[in-house]
Design a protein around this ligand. Structure first.
Ligand code: PBG
Length: 333
């Protein structure tokens, strides 16, 4: 017999892959709508809506329009929105608008909370929408972002957001010691339920370009970068140290940002600390997938879902993503 001594693979992994039922049974990770946080860009005024050119499908909206977006998020079961303001009036060197109790963010938070009390709201704590120079903090004459002076403003901003009813405060600024300072102030003022969602390992990434277009800080920032406070993309031990500090100072959740190029950091952080760990699939990641899909080079929906699942596999508990509503619709279908 020609095949008498033929070799049989000891294990045939393809057996379990053959049918849909067995593929489903052995599936290790799943994406659900509970994993999604939807970032939104909010405009001053009324009845305003603008497309963000570099982020097809993403809009800047005034509050009256945003209410419809929030309603859709609630209908789809998305647990939380993250609010990013487009500040057109009131930028200055001291970022005083950042803690104006009648400013855009507190106003939007109050309105959304009144209408959709069950929808989680996170606010971004950083000064870049409010400074003339587009940096996340106050600067000295040489343009260096001052740590402790900035933190003092961030504390006022966080209290202002908490007072308006924000469920989570999201410091995205990367100042040292700001989580501890914000936590202490929240406790002292009685905001014991306000969660701190720390942008712990935020890299000085080039993938934020479209976001800076969306909030209109790109022009203010010009050719400057954020390398003196955001992390070097080459480092991962340092990310572990950042997360350790933020947890020690009172963070409830930690985040790694950007997402897909930093999956190794998510895995390392999750394995090291075992705390609620999130990824931010940032604007540039969204723009790349959208551009390729628009050209017919990739299947947009499939790549979107695969990219989101990858975060779960890497150990993330959830993902901030501009795809949140689209993904939720597919998950619901
Ligand atoms: C600023 C902030 C940025 C993002 C979220 N908060 C940009 C930056 O650090 O320059 C980027 C988000 C994205 O690219 O989607 N505090």
């Amino acid at each position: 017999m020609i095949f008498a001594n033929r070799y049989f693979p000891a294990t045939r992994l393809r057996r379990m892959r053959r049918d849909d039922f067995s593929r489903r049974l052995m599936r290790e990770h799943t994406l659900t709508v509970d994993d999604l946080i939807y970032p939104v860009f909010v405009l001053e005024g009324d009845n305003r809506e603008q497309d963000v050119a570099s982020m097809p499908g993403v809009k800047r909206q005034s509050l009256d329009r945003l209410l419809y977006t929030a309603e859709e998020a609630v209908r789809l079961g998305v647990p939380m929105l993250s609010i990013f303001p487009v500040i057109e009036n009131g930028k200055n060197n001291e970022a005083t608008e950042a803690y104006n109790p009648d400013g855009l963010v507190p106003t939007v938070v109050r309105a959304l909370k009144a209408r959709f009390p069950e929808l989680g709201l996170m606010t971004d704590v950083a000064l870049d929408p409010y400074t003339i120079h587009g940096q996340d903090g106050l600067i000295d004459d040489a343009g260096y972002v001052l740590n402790d002076e900035t933190t003092a403003v961030l504390v006022r901003q966080a209290l202002c957001h908490a007072d308006a009813g924000a469920d989570m405060i999201g410091p995205s600024d990367m100042m040292d010691g700001r989580i501890g300072a914000i936590r202490q102030a929240l406790e002292e003022e009685g905001f014991i339920h306000t969660k701190i969602f720390a942008y712990s390992a935020k890299y000085a990434s080039s993938f934020y370009g479209p976001f800076r277009d969306a909030v209109g800080s790109a022009g203010n920032l010009g050719k400057a970068d954020k390398k003196t406070y955001q992390m070097d993309p080459a480092n991962v031990d340092e990310a572990v140290q950042e997360v350790a500090m933020d947890l020690e100072e009172g963070a409830d959740l930690v985040m790694i940002k950007p997402g897909m190029p930093y999956l190794d950091v998510i895995r390392r952080v999750k394995d090291t600390f075992g705390v609620p760990t999130f990824a931010y699939q940032v604007s540039g990641e969204y723009a790349m997938l959208k551009a390729a899909a628009a050209n017919g080079w990739l299947d947009g929906d499939k790549c979107m879902m695969e990219s989101l699942l990858a975060f779960k596999r890497a150990g993330a508990d959830g993902i901030l993503t501009y795809f949140a509503l689209d993904a939720a619709r597919l998950l619901k279908a």
